[in-house]
Design a protein around this ligand. Structure first.
Ligand SMILES: Nc1ncnc2c1ncn2[C@@H]1O[C@H](COP(=O)(O)OP(=O)(O)OP(=O)(O)O)[C@@H](O)[C@H]1O
Length: 308
């Protein structure tokens, strides 16, 4: 768990983060969302002390981070940024192995760990182990960056626009991969993004910032359905509820076990927004949701208008 108490950062007379009080729950993904310049990156970097706060406290599992040496603090915190900065002269395996080697793990353990991590982020170890960063696509390089951040098995992962530089398709693939990884690893993740869809899709919680202050903290459902200010509703946009559907699967909204013959079918893993697209395309207000080729339930149009 990461706690921010009255956290503040000033540059001269300008306060870029002000009286920020926030708890990032353990094992969950919190998206730090907000318009450009609102202080997201500054907040993130105060957690691993790449930026020193002007005032206030950051606690990591109850411990005041001011009492730790920054390099010791950072060993327990993975950090993924948009320009991931892989070492160009090292191959993929060597890049991922940097931290385990620093920690003095054996060569054999490290090699095994590197292969596990590459597989985890969806890169075949045999194909990618020996490639140089220059031989990778943007999406592949970003996957290596995620693998490297996970290499020391840190309980906390800070991510700053980790998928920002990718084209929409690569971005969606990597978001999907990240969700699967997080389902297994349960890291405490703080992810800076200015992309509302990304925050709705990946965040268990969203902290929406505005001009250095916290505007609302809650689940995606809270922000979409129960915005606490006009800033929140304006920032998310009128179609927020529709866009939020992308973060759910068709199965999340279906009536499990219901059977109706002759309906168009969708896979249970399809996102709910795409399922809505199928309804519109097929002109049907109901769909049969399939799991492993077997009907698992029926998705009704009206279900999509409720919270899952
Ligand atoms: N070293 C610095 N000196 C002075 N002002 C700074 C410094 N670093 C950041 N700022 C200012 O602090 C504010 C917040 O910056 P920050 O990078 O945290 O915003 P952000 O929400 O991450 O924005 P973006 O989404 O555009 O990256 C901005 O107005 C920025 O100009």
């Amino acid at each position: 768990m990461i706690e921010l108490e009255h956290l503040e950062k000033r540059y001269g007379a300008q306060a870029v983060v002000q009286d920020l009080n926030l708890v990032f729950p353990a094992g969950q993904v919190t998206a730090l969302l907000g318009p450009s310049g609102c202080g997201k990156t500054t907040t993130l970097r105060m957690i691993n002390r790449l930026i020193e706060p002007t005032a206030g406290v950051v606690r990591l599992d109850g411990q005041d981070t001011r009492g730790l040496r920054p390099e010791v603090l950072r060993r327990g915190i993975g950090y993924v940024i948009q320009q991931i900065g892989l070492f160009p002269h090292l191959n993929v395996a060597q890049n991922v192995a940097t931290v385990p080697e620093l920690l003095g793990r054996s060569r054999q353990d490290t090699a095994r760990r590197v292969d596990e991590l590459l597989a985890l982020v969806g890169l075949d170890p045999d194909t990618f182990r020996h490639k140089r960063p220059a031989q990778l696509s943007g999406g592949q390089a970003q996957r290596v960056g995620v693998a490297r951040a996970l290499a020391a098995d840190p309980p906390v992962l800070l991510m700053d626009e980790p998928f920002g530089a990718l084209d929409p398709l690569a971005r969606e693939h990597l978001q999907q991969a990240f969700r699967e990884i997080q389902r297994r690893l349960h890291k405490t993740v703080v992810m800076v993004t200015h992309d509302i869809d990304e925050a709705l899709r990946l965040g268990d919680r969203i902290a929406l910032m505005n001009a250095g202050r916290l505007e609302q903290f809650g689940t995606p459902d809270d922000l979409v359905h129960r915005p606490t200010s006009s800033f929140v509703s304006a920032f998310l946009g009128e179609d927020a509820a529709l866009r939020q559907l992308a973060g759910y699967r068709a199965a999340d909204f279906m009536n499990p076990g219901e059977k109706v013959a002759g309906l168009p079918t969708v896979e249970a893993s399809l996102d709910a927004r795409s399922a809505l697209g199928v309804m519109l395309r097929e002109g049907s207000d109901r769909l049969t949701v399939m799991t492993d080729g077997v009907p698992a339930g029926v998705l009704h149009w009206s279900n999509l208008r409720r919270e899952p």
